[in-house]
Each structure stands twice: as C-alpha cells, then as structure tokens.
Design a protein. Structure first.
Length: 259
C-alpha cells in the first residue's frame, strides 16, 4: 500500500510537469484566450478541485514517514538566495529584525517576530515533497501550524483565501514581481499546513526558504512558498497581480495542485 501511494504521487507530479510544459509551450496562445480560460479552463479546474475534495475529505492527511525514510539531502528548489537587498540585510542579521505581517480580511492585523512564531504551539512532520520538475525528497519539517496564526488574527467571514507574499523577485529589476502563492481556507486550517522554520532538526537554511516557508503537504511543491514576508486574507484574487492566485498560476499552471 505504501509503495502504491508513493508511485501515485510520482505519477501525478510527472504528469503535472508534462501538462505544464504543454500548456506553456504549444498551448500557450490558447490558454491566454479569454474565452478558453473562462469557458474551458476555469470550469475544468473547479470540477477537478471538487472531485479531489470529494475523494479526500477535509481532514485527510498526507502520508508521513519515519526518520529512516529521510532523503540524504533536501535540495533547494528555485531560488537559493533572493536578489532582494532588504531580505539580504535581514539575513545578515540572522533575521533578528524580520517580522511576518498578517493582514487583509482579519479582525486583528498583526506582526509576528520569528521568536513569537517559535513560541506558538508547534508541529513536526516527515513528509514527501514532489516537484513538477520531476524530483522528490522526504524531509522533517517543524513549524507553527498556520491555523495557530490565523486564530490570533481572527479571519473575517468574507475571507476565502490566504495569500503568501514572498521576498523573492521573479523579474530582475522589478521589485513588484516577487513570488506569491495562495491556498483556500480549508487547506489553511489543515493540521499539516505549517509555517516551517526548521528542516531536519536544523534552522531552515536560506536555500530552502528561511526564515519561514509554507508547507501544504497535500499539494505539489510550487504551492509551498519560500521566503514568506506577508500573509494576506482575501475574498478573491481580482486585485492581486495576474488574478490567478499565484506566480506560476499567472503563467498558466493550475491553481489547485492537490495530489
């Protein structure tokens, strides 16, 4: 059974990589058509998300592993050091001055230092990271469940999504191009959704997203934003960048990357 679950995750990750290449290649023009995006892609994604939620209930857990299953090395995906002067200054000071802003549709806007996040109830889990590039790794993550942070800011009833704004610029010379991602409130409140500050019993390395990165274990790797600086609760993505809910989603990737 364990082997079948692993093979399924690998299949889904590789299929997503192939689908993403196809979409961003020969099908790019079609995907950018307003008619195709509105009439075909959007309903298909809603159907896919609904089907996934039907077969995997809200509280279903991603598979967790043992210490013996840990990968010898957990590689860095994407950026290893953000080309962001403000972030680099924080890194040089060991993130002593860093604070996570949490705002948007909340009753109590707040800022949390790294020490304050570490003081909240924590969770440790050993899980598998599947990247759309075709590689996987198993790591031991420790951090604060996102639900703990949200409980302290008290989301408003209108809040439907949680958006993660990061320090990593995706376009040289354009500070407004920083990486961002989002999940819905269901995944935000899932017990395995962490703001992780440790990897394999060590302080989270910069190459892996320090000082914190998102872990949303039931989805593919591109959803797990690194270098998180701000968490914003919103009702829709209309006013955020490309309006699709994430940097790669704005390029054509699916918003819901559940596996």
């Amino acid at each position: 059974m364990k082997r079948r679950r692993i093979d399924r995750r690998r299949f889904v990750a590789r299929a997503a990589a192939s689908a993403g290449s196809l979409l961003l290649g020969g099908c790019d023009a079609l995907s950018r058509s307003d008619w195709f995006a509105t009439k075909v892609l959007a309903p298909a994604e809603r159907l896919s998300s609904a089907a996934q939620h039907l077969v995997t209930p809200r509280r279903s857990m991603a598979q967790e592993f043992s210490e013996a299953d840990l990968s010898p090395h957990f590689r860095s995906n994407g950026t290893a050091m953000p080309q962001n002067a403000a972030y680099q200054a924080l890194a040089r000071r060991g993130f002593a001055d860093w604070a996570l802003a949490v705002d948007g549709l909340v009753e109590n806007r707040a800022r949390f230092s790294l020490a304050q996040l570490r003081a909240l109830p924590s969770r440790t889990q050993i899980t598998r990271h599947d990247c759309v590039e075709g590689w996987s790794a198993i790591g031991r993550w420790s951090g604060v469940p996102l639900a703990q942070v949200l409980a302290r800011v008290r989301p408003l009833a209108a809040a439907r999504y949680v958006v993660f704004h990061c320090a990593d610029p995706m376009e040289e010379g354009n500070p407004r191009s920083t990486y961002y991602e989002s999940i819905d409130m269901e995944d935000a409140l899932h017990p395995q959704t962490l703001l992780a500050y440790e990897l394999n019993r060590e302080v989270l390395p910069i190459a892996n997203g320090a000082p914190i990165r998102l872990r949303v274990e039931r989805q593919l790797g591109y959803k797990m934003a690194k270098y998180v600086m701000r968490v914003e609760l919103v009702e829709s993505f209309d006013a955020i960048r490309g309006g699709q809910g994430g940097y790669w989603e704005d390029q054509g990737y699916e918003w819901y990357a559940g596996i």
